[in-house]
Each structure stands twice: as structure tokens, then as C-alpha cells.
Design a protein around this ligand. Sequence first.
Ligand code: SF4
Length: 361
Amino acid sequence: MSQLSEIEALLGSQGRLSREQAEFLYAQAPSDWLREQADRARRRLHGQSAFYNRNIHFEPTNKCVYACRFCAFARRADQGPEDGDWDHGTAELDKILLARAPGSITEVHITGGVHPDRGVDFGEDLCRLVRGRHPDAHVKAFTAVEISFFARKSGLSLEETLKRLQAAGLGSLPGGGAEIFDPEVRRQIAGGKAPAQQWLEIHEIAHRLGLSSNATMLYGHVENFSHRVDHMARLRDLQDRTGGFMSFIPLRYRNENNALSHLSEATPEQDLRNFAVARLFLDNIPHLKAYWVMLGVPVATRALDWGVDDLDGTVDDSTRIYSMAGAEEKSPALSSARLQEIIRSRGRTPVERDSLYRAVD
Ligand code: SF4
């Protein structure tokens, strides 16, 4: 029996892929085979449903104490507005929230640079403000990297920090800051910021406190297939213990305006193969998201055939993280109707979800 047939039989009996098998799939599986297997796995989990939500992003600042080499977004804390930085707080968030009609959004996603002067009280203020203005909206906020810094700045443990944010209205954690967990790759692209172990620890504590979370993987830079599989294996192990991850979000490295601009980017074909392997390997994380803002609508649409069941949301032109790094979507905004149309174009049934993947009426 060939290795591919063995893997097909294993998947048919809903067995779990080993790391070696996942690496083999990345390197050698024919694309049609990968697409079919990932689509079958996706159908088993979600049937015809494909999800989206109505969300906005708020990026309080792009000042950052770190200098990740892949990042086109951050500015050093000593740079000024003429260098393209911004420094927003509750007043700016309030304006954005007031401009949205009650009930028009179900989620406010808040992430940004790691500002040197901001501790947990800043995060609490933002959470309270959202909950005050839009009591029905869910606050999905702060990467593990931001939470790690809040804790350090405020002299609190990671658990105390998360509990304070939760009490202020934090509903779940986004998946950012994960990049690639392998220590050597992480040192090369994001040296200095929260190490892999701490990223995982923060999510584990969050899950224990009843906060669900998401997980990303930045791929297509200096890592190899084995690093990607190692990254997903660490997530899969944690998920076996906690069950707290809702979705996995692969993010293609974009190569404009950063210190790694000499690298080329993954091709759409490689993006799609990556989605498929992720769907097959992460058998315990229910949702796989194609973040259309970063991928562009055409690739995100195709990804619905490669194991993906979620497109993220309307966004409403409220994020700059990927447009600054060269993403296709310079003013990202899609209406609910357009998201539904995209989903229907692949023969699927659109389901508006909330941040915890419950269907919205
Ligand atoms: S990726 Fe995040 S932590 Fe790294 S420099 Fe950019 S904003 Fe800062």
C-alpha cells in the first residue's frame, strides 16, 4: 500500500495524522487529492454551512516595543506622527462605536502594537467602553503578546491580567502573535516577543477561565514544512487538554515594507494546500478560517473548497495591519450580502455566526 493510500484509509476511519504524515502531505500529496480529503473532513464537521460575522476592528496603536522582522505595521515608540504612527484610546474608539447603529455589529476585534506605556487598565477601559456602547457585541481582544506585556507592565500574573480583562467584558482572545512556534524560526522573524511557551500558556489559562480563543500561523517566510507541522502539533496537543480553540487561521506572510522584503510570498496554490493540510491535521479544532482581508477575496473564495468553513467578517474598512504589508485589500470591507454571495458561489449555505460560532438569527 502506498503512503498516500495508507493515509487515505486512516482519514477514512477518522484516524489522526502523525507529524510525519502531515509533512509528507505538504511535500508530496497531489493537490486534487488534498482538496478532496480536506473537503470531506470539512463536510463531516459542518455539512454545507460556511460562516461569516459582522465585525469591526480597532487598532489602538502601531507603536510597539518589539520589532518583528515580518511586520510592516509597527513603528518604534520614539517615532512621531510624521512617521506614520497613531496612538488612539477610548475617545477614538468611542467615535467608531457611536458611528455604528445598535445591533449592526456582533463583534469588536481589538489588537495592535505593544505600546510601552499601556498596562491592563488601558485594556479594561476599551472592553468596558465596547460593552457599554454595544451591550450585545462580543469583545475579542488582545493577542497573547499584548496580554503578556499588560501583565508585566501592571505587575500582575498572567491569570490576574486575564481575569481583570474578563471582568471588564473581554469575551475571547484572537489568535495573533503565534507566528511560528519553533524557537529558531521565531528568533529569526520575531526575536524578543513572548516565546511560544508563553503564548500557549496564556491561551491555556484563558481556556481554564472559560475564555475561548483562536490560533494563527504565519507561514511562507523562512520556515519549512516541518516547522509548520510542529506549530500545529503544539496547538493540537493543547486543544486535546482544553478544547478552548475555536478556529485556526493560517496567515500568509506578506512582503512589502518590512525587514524580510527580499523573501518571496507563498503562491495561491501553496495557500490552498496549506489550508488542506491544516484541516486534515487539526482534527480537534472545529473551524478553519480564510481571512479574506489578507488573502484577497478570490483566494479566500477558492479556499472554501479546501477545508475552509469560515471567511471572517464584514470588517468595514477598520484594519490596516495587512494593507500596510501589501495585502490585496487596501480598504477592506464586505457587506453581509456580498459575503453570502461569495459563499453561495461555492454551493454552500451562508450562516451568520457570533464570535463563539453560534448562528445569529
Ligand atoms: S508583529 Fe506585533 S509585536 Fe511584532 S512588531 Fe508588529 S505589532 Fe509589534
